[in-house]
Each structure stands twice: as structure tokens, then as C-alpha cells.
Design a protein around this ligand. Structure first.
Ligand code: ZN
Length: 152
């Protein structure tokens, strides 16, 4: 019973992304909004000799928007990856026949190579040599070729 409960808990955790991503989304959104607010303030404030303050506000605002954007992107990563997997599945699904052809071609090539290797290994193990006249594989201790009958 305990084991089953543990498995269920693990499945629940797997199906829901960790809370970290929600926090990233919230902080990212706040930073972007704060950045926009800073830029608006820098445009709204008027007065002599506050050029440096305005530039500071703008710089801070742009940094906030960029950093917030990164955090927001990180927060949406599970969703983005989910969609990427869906897209790949769709591509595989729509190109199944082509992929099958490629797979069977590759299988044919592989099986031919495997046959060649198997034959070579078999001949090596059986201690074969090749007839000087007809080129057939013959036993290394045979005096006459069993294929053409010529003396070795
Ligand atoms: Zn021969």
C-alpha cells in the first residue's frame, strides 16, 4: 500500500511543473512591469539638472525588462519544451512513411554489412585460404581445390 501511494505521489509531481516556474513567471512579470514604469517615470519627470536621474531610470527600466524577459522565458520553459515535443511528434507522425523507408534502407545496409562481417569471421575461424586459380575459399590443409580440382 505504501509503495503504491509513493508511486502516485511521484506521478502527481511529474504531471505538474515545480512551483519554481510559477515564481519565475511572477518575478519576471513584476520586473517587466517595473521596467516599463521606470521608463514612463523617466519620460514624465520634468526639471533642470535631472538628466542623470532620467538616464538612470531608463537604464534601470531597460535592464528590468530584459532580465524580466529572461525570467519569464525560464518560467515558460516547461510549456515551451512540451510544445517542442508535440511539434516533433507531429513531424514524425506526418512523415512516418518516409521515416519507415529510411529505417528499412538503413536496416538493409546494416544487414548486408553484418552478413559480410559474419562470413569473414566464419572463414577466419574455419582457417580458410583461397584457391590460387578460382578464388574460392578452401580449407587451408587441402591439397586439391574442391571447386576447380587444381593442385595448391
Ligand atoms: Zn580452385
Amino acid at each position: 500500500m505504501v509503495e503504491v501511494d509513493n508511486q502516485n505521489n511521484m506521478n502527481d509531481k511529474k504531471s505538474k511543473p515545480p512551483k519554481l516556474y510559477l515564481i519565475l513567471k511572477i518575478i519576471g512579470t513584476i520586473l517587466i512591469l517595473a521596467g516599463i514604469a521606470l521608463i514612463i517615470v523617466s519620460l514624465a519627470i520634468k526639471g533642470e539638472g535631472i538628466e542623470a536621474t532620467r538616464m538612470g531610470y531608463r537604464f534601470g527600466g531597460i535592464c528590468g525588462i530584459i532580465f524580466g524577459g529572461f525570467l519569464l522565458y525560464a518560467g515558460f520553459l516547461p510549456l515551451i519544451q512540451k510544445n517542442m515535443i508535440k511539434t516533433q511528434k507531429h513531424i514524425i507522425e506526418t512523415n512516418k512513411s518516409d521515416l519507415k523507408d529510411i529505417a528499412s534502407d538503413a536496416g538493409d545496409i546494416a544487414s548486408q554489412s553484418t552478413k559480410k562481417i559474419a562470413t569473414a569471421v566464419k572463414e577466419g575461424l574455419e582457417d580458410k585460404k583461397y584457391c590460387k586459380y578460382c578464388g574460392e575459399a578452401i580449407d587451408s590443409d587441402s591439397i586439391f581445390c574442391p571447386y576447380c580440382g587444381k593442385q595448391q
